[in-house]
Design a protein around this ligand. Structure first.
Ligand code: AMP
Length: 306
């Protein structure tokens, strides 16, 4: 089954303790759809300005990503800049310029409204709700968010949580949203806000998956050299959503996915995130080969079995 992906398409400026790169191909929908493209076909909902490089658009096309929900308008593409410090888990956002995203209230193409699997990648929760409102009968809705929205749009985020099946969030955001330091308690509190499943991402320490009476702890792939963590969360969500969409139960089944499939999806998400952080921007993710995904799947099995 195919997947609707809403999120940002951006030009990112990223600084690490070692290097700074300007105007990289970025955005939550970019990382998510590129990652999902290894598992299923995505239908993109996003907006870009007329300054967006053609070569990146070509990349979406070559991956068979449906661009009928992508608007290209006069003006500037979304821009974000951030900096990582010695511990690559800590990030400071320097600027977020929504530009063409500021007035983006998309009307979905008709074919998109019937799509069963939905990934609302990180973007304003008002926009995530606006897209959700247009869907006829989504079977499984995944949403991601970030600290900015917890701080400036909490009420919409709370509304959104009531209408999704899985929330993907990182550890510091989970703590902020629930005001609970213990991540096991925070997972339960987030589930109580609405989603049946919650994933709390812990960077280099892997992630937790919480379900009804179920819990799974997924390690991170051990990497010695992390170049740029940007987009890891989105590639994680794209891999997870893409895998679920292509391994879901048939539409007659009451449950679109079962917990075992979700565990596998979380491992594939972690694999895609592990490639993402190995280069600045999505270059490494873009060049991944199916055999490399399979190799890391085997490595994950080994490192978590005893
Ligand atoms: P991640 O590292 O997975 O949290 O996501 C990084 C990506 O999120 C970058 O490519 C940014 O362009 C994008 N991004 C940063 N801030 C926002 C925001 N407020 N809304 C949407 N996308 C954002």
């Amino acid at each position: 089954m195919s997947l609707l992906v809403l999120g940002s398409i951006a030009l990112d400026t990223v600084k690490t303790p070692v290097e700074e790169r300007l105007e990289l191909f970025g955005g939550t929908a970019s990382y998510a759809t590129i990652s999902a493209s290894f598992f299923t076909r995505s239908h993109l909902v996003a907006i870009i300005g007329d300054d967006f490089p053609k070569e990146y658009l070509e990349d979406f096309k070559q991956r068979n990503i449906d661009l009928s929900g992508l608007q290209i308008v006069p003006g500037k593409t979304f821009r974000w800049s951030g900096e990582y410090f010695n511990n690559m888990n800590n990030r400071k956002t320097h600027s977020t310029d929504l530009n063409v995203f500021a007035n983006f209230t998309p009307t979905l193409p008709k074919a998109y409204r019937e799509l069963p699997f939905i990934l609302l990648a990180n973007i304003g929760p008002d926009l995530q709700l606006h897209v959700l409102d247009q869907l006829q009968a989504p079977r499984f809705v995944i949403a991601d968010t970030m600290n900015l929205w917890i701080n400036i749009a909490r009420a919409d985020l709370v509304k959104l949580c009531k209408r999704i099946d899985l929330l993907s969030i990182n550890d510091s955001e989970a703590r902020e949203l629930t005001e609970e330091n213990n991540l096991i308690k925070a997972g339960a509190l987030l589930r109580a806000m609405g989603p049946q499943y919650v994933v709390i991402k812990k960077g280099e320490h892997g992630c937790y998956l919480f379900g009804p009476d179920q819990f799974f702890s997924c390690p991170a792939y051990p990497l010695e050299n992390i170049k740029d963590p940007t987009g890891a969360g989105d590639a994680f969500a794209g891999g997870l959503a893409g895998y679920l969409a292509s391994h879901s139960n048939d539409s007659n089944s009451k449950k679109p996915v079962d917990f075992e499939t979700l565990q596998q999806a979380v491992v594939y998400g972690s694999i895609m995130a592990s490639f993402t952080v190995e280069s600045f921007g999505p270059d490494r993710l873009r060049s991944v080969k199916q055999e490399e995904i399979e190799e890391r799947w085997q490595a994950f099995k080994k490192l978590s079995a005893f």
